[in-house]
Design a protein around this ligand. Structure first.
Ligand SMILES: Cc1ncc(C[n+]2csc(CCOP(=O)(O)OP(=O)(O)O)c2C)c(N)n1
Ligand SMILES: [Mg+2]
Length: 540
């Protein structure tokens, strides 16, 4: 039986959200959305506010990514919503179940030129799974439930609703719908059997597992499948840590030899995009295992592509009873490459240099980060190094911006992570360029007692742009920042703490102080501007 509730639009919206397990919103104030605040204020629903709407959406996305349930951002009409569009787009690319509730100029005088009057729907429709204007107060619960169901249904993603002023401020008696189970897509069993047979029968198989394995709660099934068929596993995105780095089938550094030598590559829960050479793996046959038919690659020929619930697919693969080739030699060869790669990395991470090279920062960070620490990457080269040198020990602890590659996620993601885990280490790894997008939100973190550690790799440049431009043109423009800038002083001015580090030996003690401080703390590490992350394609 649906409960009836009486209240204004804000009450009706939050009652529905609460029923879906949402307990907090991220927002920046605007009169158009006051009733949502009023409902939250009266009912103990969390309100976290930020200094730029994109941080609100990024924070909601971090909640969605980490907790695997919808995250909520509330944005005021017009510029509030448009400022949130990069966040919505990132959530769309990442398949993150984010709901944005927008204010909207009054419907009754639409077209008369009200403050902040714009139709948001055409702007957000291409980057949401569901986008609608709620035209009637009594319809709010059903509309919020519909938007949340769209967001939670694989393939997941953001949804958007806007509420005209009079719709949100009016009161009604309405039913709060019960929370529907999201539909579980069952993959075609023939496709699953073909995928299993290919992996089992291959001489040199590889699995690459991405974010949807985590999001779809299929980590255990992935491990069971890999162990049953003895297949080496590489990961990206939120899939990182799905197998602990100590697991005999867990690989990270041997990707080149693995992809060059493989005869079957199964990519699970992540697109065949630029991060995976667009799915071009030489002579290898490609299996693309996705959580919904819409996610199947259309630009590559795949030999099998089961589309459906990843846990079910991977469990079925784990149960495969057909012929298996012996992969021991293949695994052994990759292990040798992996060990060599790790040894090279260990050397780089311990190296003394003046100025500091980013590798050393990660060497020191690895000593202080706990297993359950959440690390967040926001930047160019500095974050590429984080991906190379940090090895998440558990899934669901690594937040990168995903394939949309949007700079500026840092402090929003940090806020969502801190709200999710009050007691874990939360560490943002930030380029000095990236810092410009969200550092003002250190104020939001200070004021709302949300301590996080921010490590800035401060090379004084937009490194991921400057080096490629130099290589392409022999000169560069629009790629310099002030060298040696005191980003720690910015955070101090905003009420937090921090320090600047110029010598390798000082990094470790600074990190210790930062994690012990209990306040937002920025460790500003001056790094070598000549250090460029080696990459084959330099466009970002
Ligand atoms: C919003 C946004 N604007 C621009 C870019 C293009 N871009 C990608 S990496 C990068 C440079 C980042 O510089 P920094 O954060 O200082 O990191 P570094 O490469 O120097 O380590 C830029 C400008 C982007 N990805 N997102
Ligand atoms: Mg930089």
């Amino acid at each position: 039986m649906a409960d009836m509730i009486e209240g204004h639009g804000g009450d009706l919206a939050l009652a529905t959200l609460r029923a879906h397990g949402v307990t907090e919103m991220f927002t920046l104030s605007g009169g158009h959305v006051f009733p949502i605040y009023d409902a939250a204020h009266k009912s103990g629903f969390g309100i976290y506010d930020v200094r730029h709407e994109q941080s609100a959406v990024f924070a909601a996305e971090a909640v969605a990514k980490l907790q695997r349930r919808p995250g909520l951002a509330v944005l005021t009409a017009g510029p509030g919503v448009t400022n949130g569009i990069s966040g919505l787009t990132s959530a769309f690319f990442n398949g993150s179940p984010v709901l944005v509730l927008g204010g909207r100029a009054p419907a009754f005088r639409w077209g008369s030129g009200s403050l902040q009057e714009i139709d948001h729907i055409p702007l957000v429709a291409p980057v949401t799974k569901y986008a609608a204007t709620v035209s009637d107060t009594a319809a709010i619960p059903a509309e919020v439930a519909r938007a949340l169901t769209a967001a939670r249904t694989a393939h997941r993603g953001p949804a958007f609703l806007d509420l005209p002023l009079e719709v949100l401020f009016s009161s009604e008696n309405a039913a709060v719908p019960s929370v529907p189970e999201v539909p579980v897509i069952e993959a075609d069993p023939d496709q699953v059997a073909r995928a299993a047979a290919l992996l089992a029968g291959a001489e040199r198989p590889v699995i690459i597992a991405g974010s949807d394995v985590w999001t779809g709660d299929a980590v255990g099934a992935l491990r069971a499948a890999a162990e049953a068929l003895r297949v080496p596993v590489f990961t990206n995105g939120m899939g990182r840590g799905a197998l602990p780095p100590t697991h005999p089938l867990s690989f990270a550094k041997a990707r080149r030899p693995a992809l060059n030598g493989a005869d079957v590559v199964a990519v699970v829960g992540t697109p065949l995009d630029f991060r995976l050479d667009f799915g071009e793996f030489g002579a290898a046959r490609v299996v693309h295992i996705v959580d919904a038919p819409s996610q199947r690659a259309t630009h590559v020929e795949t030999t099998a592509s089961p589309a459906g619930d990843l846990r079910l697919i991977l469990s079925a693969i784990a149960d495969y009873a057909g012929r298996r080739a012996d992969h021991a030699e293949w695994i052994e060869g990759l292990r040798a490459a992996e060990d060599a790669g790790k040894a090279r990395n260990a050397e780089a991470m311990a190296a003394e240099s003046d100025p500091i090279r980013p590798a050393r920062i990660y060497g020191e960070l690895r000593k202080v980060l706990a297993e359950d620490a959440v690390t967040i990457g926001d930047g160019g080269d500095f974050v590429s190094y984080a991906g190379r040198y940090l090895e998440p020990a558990r899934p669901g602890t690594w937040l990168d911006p995903g394939p949309y590659g949007c700079l500026g996620t840092g402090l929003g993601y940090a806020m969502g992570a801190r709200v999710t885990y009050p007691d874990r280490q939360i560490c943002v790894l930030m380029g000095d360029g990236a810092a410009g997008f969200s550092l003002m939100d250190a104020e939001s973190l200070v004021r709302q007692h949300l301590p996080v550690v921010i490590v800035v790799g401060n090379n004084g440049i937009w490194g991921l742009e400057k080096h490629p431009m130099q290589a392409m043109y022999g000169y560069d423009v629009a790629a310099d920042l002030q060298p040696g800038l005191r980003y720690d002083d910015v955070v101090k001015a905003l009420g937090g703490a921090g320090e600047t580090v110029e010598k390798s030996a000082d990094i470790g003690p600074a990190l210790d102080r930062a994690f012990a401080s209990g306040v937002p703390y920025l460790v500003n590490v001056l790094t070598d501007p000549a250090d460029a992350y080696p990459r084959s394609s330099n466009l970002a």
